[in-house]
Design a protein around this ligand. Structure first.
Ligand code: 2AM
Length: 484
């Protein structure tokens, strides 16, 4: 048999898979394509992949036979059982040193498990976050690969050539071991929830408090997009504001205000609870979607529950709109600081070494949260790879200080007028908590010790747990200390 020509095989010819195959082909790689329903391979070759170098495979055996060694097989199939099934079917055809890559939306804990299992068999495993939707997959996604470190040198050139570029640099770098790539993709999605919620709160304030119409709001977003808020999400929001339905009316006004979700934001919030990291803004963004979904209840309650009786909003519009912009920006800094805190803590718990600057670079282009802002985050980690918190970087510290008065004004005004701004508010509460040398948790510890003998430590002797008999009756026996 002739020397095999395939640089990589790709299994799963739904839109994302097809587009990644075509993207790899454009960059000079020979891709072997396969799909569970084999008829789709023929269809793909006869249509989308016509005239390309893509090779169709009739079976897994045929597919593997067409690959150069070490073999690289990328899965883009439905997350969950389908990935395990394909791994099981592939194993008899592969040998030590071969590489399986999962580019689907797998949960990172599944990727942890699969990575360990395959490494134990002498194979290499990569779990990669892929972001940017269909267009990204076709012309340059953000790629977040993690897994067996030895695999990186074998997939690097393919991954970095097909990835989006930002200032000439590929939005793809090695994230870390095991499920680190999928974990970082999950946090990306959580941050996306937060960014979207912040923009929605700005819209709410501009519409219901300032009284702007959609053309005016489109202009505001257009202006913001030329500043530090320059990002894909602000850009599409501007376009949504302007979009008119076939009847000439704004489409946005006709859309039901009930948000859906697929779960990645929820998983980020669950992880933050699991690891004990206060990722409050993403949490609020998830809960805001839940509250929006209670539409029938809200409509009912709106006829019964009264808001404040404030005089008409009398602020200078321009000033207040600029304040909203600064509130959004400051809240966004807090949200990303929280996201990186979660990644840092998870890395510590799981013994991963994560490349934080690389993560910012991967998100800088290609994905939904792409923005100028991520360039600043990259710079912060370039300056200090061990930066403990983004808020303590000089650039972000100065920016938060610059925004602070406006941010407090917006949150305060929203509270006075009864407009919900959960993400703005929680970001500010976090900021004030994080910068407090002393919080009222001394009282909390006293309460816990009072009713449950949970013990407390004194300021001048940390690590020494004491129980006090607060009432003069009851026992002096303390309960064991534990941390959930
Ligand atoms: P199909 O075309 O044979 O349905 C996205 O759904 C991709 O995942 C498709 O390529 C689909 O293959 C594949 N897929 C979905 N569920 C699968 C399963 N249980 N086993 C294998 N492949 C699956």
């Amino acid at each position: 048999m002739a020397e095999p020509k395939g640089d990589i095989a790709l299994i799963g010819l739904a839109v994302m898979g097809q587009n990644l195959v075509l993207n790899m082909n454009d960059h000079g790689f020979t891709v072997v394509a396969f799909n569970r329903t084999v008829a789709k391979v023929e269809q793909f070759l006869a249509n989308e992949a016509k005239g390309t170098k893509v090779i169709g495979a009739k079976s897994l055996e045929d597919m593997v036979a067409q690959l150069k060694k070490p073999r690289r097989v990328m899965l883009l199939v439905k997350a969950g059982q389908a990935v395990d099934d394909f791994i099981d079917k592939l194993l008899p055809h592969l040998e030590k040193g071969d590489i399986i890559i999962d580019g689907g939306n797998s949960e990172y804990s599944d990727t942890n498990r699969r990575c360990k299992a395959l490494e134990a068999k002498g194979l290499l495993y990569v779990g990669s976050g892929v972001s940017g939707g269909e267009d990204g997959a076709r012309y340059g996604p953000s790629l977040m690969p993690g897994g067996s470190p030895a695999a990186w040198s074998h997939v690097k050139s393919i991954f970095q050539s097909i990835a989006a570029k930002s200032d000439g640099e590929p939005c793809c770098d090695w994230v870390g071991p095991e499920g680190a790539g999928h974990f970082v993709k999950m946090v990306h999605n959580g941050i996306e929830y937060g960014d979207m919620q912040l923009i929605c709160e700005s819209y709410h304030l501009m519409k219901d408090l300032v009284g702007l119409n959609q053309d005016e709001m489109a202009e505001v977003f257009e202006d913001w997009n030329k500043t530090e808020l320059d990002s894909f999400l602000i850009e599409i929001t501007r376009d949504i504001m302007k979009f008119k339905d076939t009847d000439g009316k704004y489409l946005l006004e006709k859309i039901r205000d009930t948000a859906g979700q697929k779960g990645t934001g929820k998983w980020t919030a669950i992880s933050s609870l699991e690891y004990g990291v206060p990722v409050t803004l993403i949490g609020e963004a998830v809960f805001s979607r839940c509250l929006s979904a209670l539409q029938a209840e809200r409509v009912q309650a709106s006829t019964q529950l009264k808001g404040p009786n404030e005089p008409k909003f009398g602020w200078d519009k321009k000033t207040f709109i600029n304040n909203i912009k600064l509130a959004l920006y400051a809240s966004k800094i807090v949200s990303y600081a929280q996201g990186f805190m979660l990644m840092r803590e998870t890395a510590k718990e799981l013994g991963w070494k994560l490349n934080f600057g690389g993560i910012a670079l991967m998100w800088r282009g290609g994905c939904i949260i792409r923005s100028r802002f991520l360039g600043n985050i990259k710079q912060a980690f370039d300056k200090n790879p061990d930066l403990s918190n983004l808020l303590l970087d000089n650039f972000f510290k100065d920016e938060i200080h610059r925004c602070q008065a406006a941010w407090r004004n917006v949150v305060g005004t929203a509270v006075m007028y009864g407009i919900p701004t959960p993400a703005f508010s929680t970001a500010l509460a976090f900021y004030d908590g994080y910068r407090s040398a002393r919080l009222p948790a001394n009282l909390l510890q006293a309460q816990r010790d009072y009713f449950g003998a949970h013990t407390y430590e004194l300021l001048d002797s940390p690590g020494k747990f004491i129980h006090t008999n607060w009432t003069g009756h009851g026992g002096t026996v303390s309960s064991t200390t534990y941390s959930a």
